[in-house]
Design a protein around this ligand. Sequence first.
Ligand code: ZN
Length: 430
Amino acid sequence: MSGFNESDFDRVNRLIEKNKNLSKSGGFGSLNSSDCFSSSVSSPNSVSSDLSLRKDFVYDRVVSGTIFLGENPDIISGNIYIENGIIVDIEERPVKSDNWIAPRFVNTHTHIGDSLLKDPPLGNEHGFCIEKDLDALVKPPNGLKHKFLSQIGFDESVDAMESAVWELFLNGVGVFADFREGGLEGTVALLKAVSNTGKDIFPFVFGRPGHVYGIGSNDHPNMDFLEEVRDILEVADGIGLSGANDLDDYVLTKITSKTHLKRKKLAIHAGEKDRSDIKEALALSPDLLIHMTHANDLDLKKAADLQIPVSVCVRSNLTTGVGLPPVLKMLKSGISVSIGTDNMMLNSPDMFEEMHFISRLYGLSDHHVFKMATSNGAKTLGCGFTGSIDIGKKADLIVLNSKSLNLKNVQDPLAGFVRRACKDDILGIV
Ligand SMILES: [Zn+2]
């Protein structure tokens, strides 16, 4: 393997070790971590108001303001008490602060590896219009993106992803689930990029075996691709596949069983351009479906019956011209829907913008849009340590200035957060 040295591996190994330790204590990286804090998470009714409880205790940090409390948030005024990065108490009381305190976002679908190729041509121009061509852009192995990725070096890739991680962090994202192309080296590069930033942001990595997409279609797959999958799963949180039409059934089945045997997650694009790959994707019983833009009622029923969550990427779908996902039908079917910003080369990783679009396009309630951007994603990824402001959860907080020019005079903080707030309103990330 070329391109990275021993110290890079040391750094990645330390990161992995840290994540393992945190997951043991109910923190990052555990597929079952949604259960870890369940006994200590309080309902909004149990919010403390007794100051004497904490008069002899010095907390690491106290954050005051208008708090978006819980998954289906109650808007209260008060203080959040933090110890060792965990919310240990929430006190409801009048406070003199113009801050809004919201949970950090969970972005359930990104490709930050293509952030070196921002805003490529989307298709051929005809007069005033562009005839958009999704396959020419992103389909492996010959789409523009993959040709480009095959030409860039490890360090260049890490450098671009480091900027992308900063961008995610500054946009208020606490967890992002990335489809990381490029085999084991691609996964290691992403972890190195996150580590280089030194920021508290959790990458949920869906690695992808490289050469199964590059080999000639007449070659019968050999066991090498399974060895690659095994190596990736030692480091990544799961496998993310481009789509059921891109690989034969043998490879799909083997990758799926290998991933689930390791108790890791399988995610797959489905129904982005048309319905042709949805049935095969559902047959794999993946842990996460991406897009489902062209899913019909039967597809949605099947996904709901199998309890497979969906990550919708509305701005990405608009950019590539493939249509809009049936979000209302998904929710009506009982599917857990979360939000992804998809390829960095097509979209900024801006969850505020995703909320603005979804709120307007579907007429969804502010509560539903809020949950799609936060707690739904946390549950989807098994990252129950975050996704809402509750006692016992990690203090992943966005502090916004409600007196900014943009937010001044907003009467309903939740509506303002979902429909109007933007990155410029952020005062700080906790
Ligand atoms: Zn994608």
